[in-house]
Design a protein around this ligand. Structure first.
Ligand SMILES: N[C@@H](CCC(=O)N[C@@H](CS)C(=O)NCC(=O)O)C(=O)O
Length: 247
């Protein structure tokens, strides 16, 4: 899997807008360099061995072609070719389900109940990603400490499978793709990891959570799905916000 993924060509050639080069074989992922939600979709594209065009937009000055097509004004959006031209889908969880249903080797669970539970956890994970963002934006110790406690408490509610590397078992699935971006970005929030590691001394659930978080954060597909220059852009973005986490 890793060898195949590393051969993928992710092109960020300059596109005519609205993007006209999109083909059935090669959709366009519209992103913002440090966006964890777009990272979710890039992970699934890689798990599915799909090449894609990639374009990062300025969220402070969104291009009109993007606003014309994406009513939420949020990234990620995936532009895909259709028989009659082109279409766009938005919302990372929905894009990821679409990709999963469109290409072989399902990532989603096998039964309706198990798939519904995955969707529940994916919906829950959006709140965690927003909490992480707010924690990165905290500018003083008191705010940081309060938000840290809240994030750790909510992370502790996640229940990865017993004795398995991934959330639902042996395979990297859609819940893993939804949360891996958060876990990767905890390298800038080591106190979150330390708090969960401390809990792991007394709790099997916390131990499982800690191991799962580390597995995903270190996973090659998660790292390779990041756009070039991600880490520097991430630090620059939050430094500009006087992030307490980075002092
Ligand atoms: N629920 C959305 C959240 C996407 C989201 O919040 N994206 C942020 C960037 S990470 C965004 O586009 N923000 C711009 C805005 O809200 O105007 C998803 O899962 O795709």
């Amino acid at each position: 899997m890793t060898a195949a993924i590393s051969k993928l060509t992710v092109t960020s050639e300059s596109l005519v807008h609205p993007p006209s080069q999109v083909t059935t074989e090669k959709p366009l992922l519209v992103s913002f360099t440090i966006c964890p939600f777009a990272h979710r979709t890039a992970i699934v594209l890689r798990l599915k061995n799909r090449p894609y065009f990639y374009e990062s937009i300025d969220l402070q000055n969104k291009p009109q072609w993007f606003l014309n097509e994406v009513p939420t004004g949020k990234v990620p959006a995936l532009f895909v070719a259709t028989d009659s031209g082109q279409d766009v889908i938005f919302e990372s969880a929905i894009i990821n389900e679409f990709l999963d249903e469109s290409f072989p080797q399902p990532l989603a669970a096998a039964t309706p109940l198990a798939r519904a539970k995955e969707r529940s956890w994916i919906a829950y994970s959006e709140q965690l990603i927003l909490q992480q963002f707010n924690l990165m934006c905290a500018q003083d110790k008191q705010t940081f400490d309060e938000l840290l406690v809240a994030l750790v408490e909510n992370l502790s509610k996640l229940k990865p499978a017993v004795g398995e590397p991934y959330f639902d078992g042996v395979r990297f699935g859609l819940v893993d793709a939804a949360l891996a971006p958060l876990f990767y970005r905890l390298k800038w929030l080591p106190r979150v990891k330390l708090a969960i590691r401390d809990q792991a001394r007394h709790s099997d659930g916390a131990q499982r959570l800690f191991t799962w978080m580390e597995t995903l954060a270190d996973s090659p597909v998660v790292r390779e799905a990041l756009p070039q220059g991600h880490d520097q852009a991430f630090v620059d973005f939050f430094m500009a916000k006087d992030s307490y986490a980075l002092v």
